[in-house]
Design a protein around this ligand. Sequence first.
Ligand SMILES: Cc1cc2nc3c(=O)[nH]c(=O)nc-3n(C[C@H](O)[C@H](O)[C@H](O)COP(=O)(O)OP(=O)(O)OC[C@H]3O[C@@H](n4cnc5c(N)ncnc54)[C@H](O)[C@@H]3O)c2cc1C
Length: 467
Amino acid sequence: MGAGPNGLAAAITLARKRLSVLLIEARDTIGGSARTEALTLPGFLHDTCSAVHPMAAVSPFFRSAGLEAYGLEWIQPPIPLAHPLDAEAVVLEQSLDATAEQLGRRDGAAYRRLMEPFVGQAEAIFDDILRPFLRFPKNPVALARFGLPALLSARALAGSRFKGERARALFAGLAAHSFLPLNATASASFGLVLGMAGHAVGWPIAKGGSGEIANALGASFQALGGTIQLDRPIGNIRELPTARATLLDLTPRQIVRLAGDRLPGIYRGRLARYRYGPGVFKLDYALSEPIPWLAESCRRAGTIHVGGFFNQIAASERLVSMNQHAADPFVLVAQPSLFDDTRAPEGRHVAWVYCHVPKGSALNMTERVERQIERFAPGFRDVILARSVLTTKNLEDRNANLVGGDINGGATDILQLIGRPVFSLNPYRTSVPGLYICSSSTPPGGGVHGMCGYNAAAAAWKDIFSK
Ligand SMILES: Cc1cc2nc3c(=O)[nH]c(=O)nc-3n(C[C@H](O)[C@H](O)[C@H](O)COP(=O)(O)OP(=O)(O)OC[C@H]3O[C@@H](n4cnc5c(N)ncnc54)[C@H](O)[C@@H]3O)c2cc1C
């Protein structure tokens, strides 16, 4: 139930085992938070939610899914990520050497020392971190080596490894994807994971938009004999047809609401105590021309982190964690139409933008976000033809999984990275036999990688069908 990337991945994994699989979705299209829509003007195609897909590129599920046969085409922007600091930008290039070079001699060497061992073993490390945490790893040595710095706060790691502002700022932007304050335990893990992915596989975008990922997953599922029912919002799991296994692509709050009367009290209580993280405020732009970044490298990058120096990003993320709105928010920008001419009319462009806000925030952050972008791209406002604004509530109205605007299916602090949604050796299994959770509220968490769905399907297969 639920045709997001994880619901689709679970459905495909079980259909590959020749099971009869029905996928039920509330909306009139599949994809969940991987969708592309005409949110502004005719001819402009916007990624309403996910836009940039390093986690799909490293995912064992995606790598084995053969989605290219169903029309999915990945595009690698020449530079995965640029991070402007006044008129200059620091960049994450796919090449580790090129990235290290622009950080200066001392920080370049420190960056290489930090990243090189992980990049060399990226496949083995991703294979372990994209599965449940409470199990014996396949590659214990590589994982232990990765785990030590990953458990640090971003501030501790960047402060101990780097002397200069450029490397620290680059790492702050990567770590801020955690939605955690940058002095929180394990906030460094997000920086390491995204940096490692950038060097190992790049930060690709899907040609035509992230909706094409969902379309390819849906086509693959149907080719395996699976059935999809759209426009079917489920209000209680008793409405679902009888099945030997039911997998819910939902977050704990909805599961308590939809299935609470079937869950034993202790388990229900554990799900009810699950915590959600901050939300996002989302903007999509139709532009008359590319964003006029001062730094030339920003014009060749798929993603731009806008927020300045480490301490500036840390200050804005700290406020959000205290349920306050930052005056100068950390802003994420993607500019897919620079590399994909299917996204906008000739010569025109789209921009995908969000910033972090307190959960459930109703504040319109447009003015603050645009002021931040103008800091590094003066004249940005002059190229705007139209904009779409989505508050946390708008996002949740479109997809009930986005509780309070949380895009990761729940807070990603250390306790909930490990105990997701509860502490268990098999976190996908609920305490009702045959009922499983397969959403990003299970390990490995948020992102379009399908691994929550794949792992949940593997658990159901083992418990029910393999005997
Ligand atoms: C603004 C935004 C930006 C993001 N950017 C990125 C990015 O750049 N890269 C990246 O990798 N990830 C990104 N993400 C995160 C990523 O999109 C999610 O982590 C991922 O989609 C989670 O997949 P899922 O299958 O667990 O859940 P979802 O994608 O949320 O899918 C859940 C599905 O269940 C359906 N559903 C819910 N309730 C019911 C019901 N009662 N009955 C029937 N169906 C129901 C929903 O309609 C939905 O289709 C972003 C997310 C958002 C919102």
